[in-house]
Design a protein around this ligand. Structure first.
Ligand code: UD1
Length: 425
């Protein structure tokens, strides 16, 4: 079992560089399937989920290679897509990562059929696929679920109007990737507006797709007959950026987050200012500094541009060491407060009522062994460990490996005392 041993007391200070976003890179990789030939993606984070997605693509017949750019957390990924990709994904691989569902749209659009295992992923809620399925059905696909697989067929998709019940990131991406090769015009309404959607649409447009409205609630796609491979750079990871920003505030530090984009984190950075931090947008990054103990601020998670659900665990950890009381409301994933039990082991005063958490701040955490239940919960627990009175052992850190490149090295570079250790299971 791999663990982090985090020694409390250090103040995060210095510079840290953020590479491309996991949640974008994985979709750019899926989008490459839409065109035969070699696509190249820069600033792809060196994380477990990228290795899993690379393997998913290899099993579909692609040649995938990764070259690490030293000292950046990321690298260059090349995907050579065959004329005729296979249309069946590997059951065990897909179950390890929910984002693998994003190959469904490109495969049906390009090959007319796809057999994609029902995905797994983080244990943070039910995470249905109904909007992916009903949207593809509206585009003309027939979809059945059999033996743990979704099987989709469509000789040629046809443009249509789709209204999403909720601005789902994954559904928006899958439907746009399907619509780019459909016949005619598709309008996706109540679409997600995340920067990762804009990044994906930018790549698709460079491939030859006709897309209007990326980053707004209405995305219009004019189908084309074929696309070309491209070379693109992944947008910076706003969740990793936000993690370092919150870490700086919790530890009363001073951190420059290189490549962090302030406009992608407006609400979160405003909350940090309300908590007492100094936040400065720099030409190529963000500086976050904190003197003294932060104040509690209420947080409500919402689809972009709201406060990101992926930073909610860090927001709870921050409130738990701030002065006063905060109400944290989770609106995106119903299971996302599960990690709070672990934070309570560290002495946090948190009461959950449905999708609300009432957090009463304490001076510091009291170190204990805790379990990372998903990627972001793991990062939140490490930040809590930095504010504890001893050595906090965070277990099951393979979750953190899924989303944070060079996590230990980056934290050490900022002055944290953290070690990765292997314990007998
Ligand atoms: C993506 C991100 C994840 C982030 C989330 C919300 C990736 C790989 N993951 O996940 O880190 O937390 O966006 O910003 O990009 N839902 C349905 N039916 C559907 C689709 C979604 O009910 O067909 C529900 C989900 O259960 C969830 C909510 O909608 O409660 C949001 O999900 P969605 O926006 O689709 O998130 P993901 O794309 O899975």
């Amino acid at each position: 079992m791999e663990c982090f041993e985090v020694t409390g007391g250090a103040r995060l200070a210095g510079r840290v560089r953020v590479t491309g976003a996991k949640n974008s890179a994985l979709k750019l990789m899926a989008a490459a399937l839409l065109a035969p030939g070699r696509s190249t993606i820069h600033e792809v984070p060196d994380i477990l989920d990228v290795s899993i997605m690379s393997e998913v693509l290899r099993r579909l017949g692609c040649d995938v290679s990764y070259e690490r750019a030293p000292g950046t957390g990321g690298g260059r990924l090349t995907i050579e897509v065959p004329e005729q990709p296979s249309t069946e994904t590997d059951y065990d691989l897909v179950r390890r990562m929910r984002a693998s569902i994003s190959v469904l749209g490109p495969l049906v659009a390009r090959c007319g059929s796809a057999r994609v295992a029902l995905p797994g992923g983080d244990a943070i809620g039910s995470r249905g696929l109904d909007m992916h399925i009903s949207g593809l059905e509206r585009l003309g696909a027939t979809i059945v679920s059999e033996h743990g697989f979704l099987v989709a067929t469509a000789p040629r998709l046809t443009g249509t109007s789709i209204w999403l019940d909720f601005p789902s990131v994954g559904a928006t991406e899958n439907l746009v990737m399907a619509a780019v090769l459909a016949q005619g015009t598709t309008v996706v309404d109540n679409a997600a507006r995340e920067p990762e959607i804009v990044d994906l649409c930018r790549m698709l447009v460079e491939m030859g797709a006709r897309i209007d409205g990326a980053g707004t609630s209405t995305i219009t796609v004019e189908g084309v007959d074929s696309l070309q491979p491209v070379e693109v750079t992944t947008v910076a990871d706003r969740i990793v950026t936000g993690t370092w920003a919150i870490g700086a505030v919790m530890t009363r530090g001073d951190v420059v987050i290189e490549r962090g984009v302030a406009e992608h984190l407006t609400v979160a950075l405003d909350k940090l200012i309300d908590a007492g931090a100094t936040v400065e947008a720099l030409p190529d990054g963000i500086r976050v500094a904190m003197e003294g103990r932060p104040r509690c601020v209420d947080v409500v998670t919402l689809p972009f541009p709201g406060f990101p659900t992926d930073l909610q665990p860090m927001a709870v950890a921050l409130a738990a060491v701030s002065t006063g009381t905060a109400l944290i409301t989770e609106n995106v994933f119903e299971g996302r407060f599960m990690f709070v039990n672990e934070l309570v082991r560290l002495g946090a005063d948190v009461r959950i009522d449905g999708h609300h958490a009432v957090v009463r701040g304490r001076e510091r955490f009291s170190s204990a062994p805790v379990l990372a239940t998903d990627i972001r919960a793991g990062a939140g627990l490490v930040l809590a460990g930095l504010c504890s009175d001893g050595v906090t052992e965070v277990q099951d850190v393979h979750h953190v490996d899924r989303g944070y490149p060079d996590f230990v090295d980056q934290l050490r570079g900022l002055g944290a005392r953290i070690d990765r250790v292997t314990r007998p299971a």
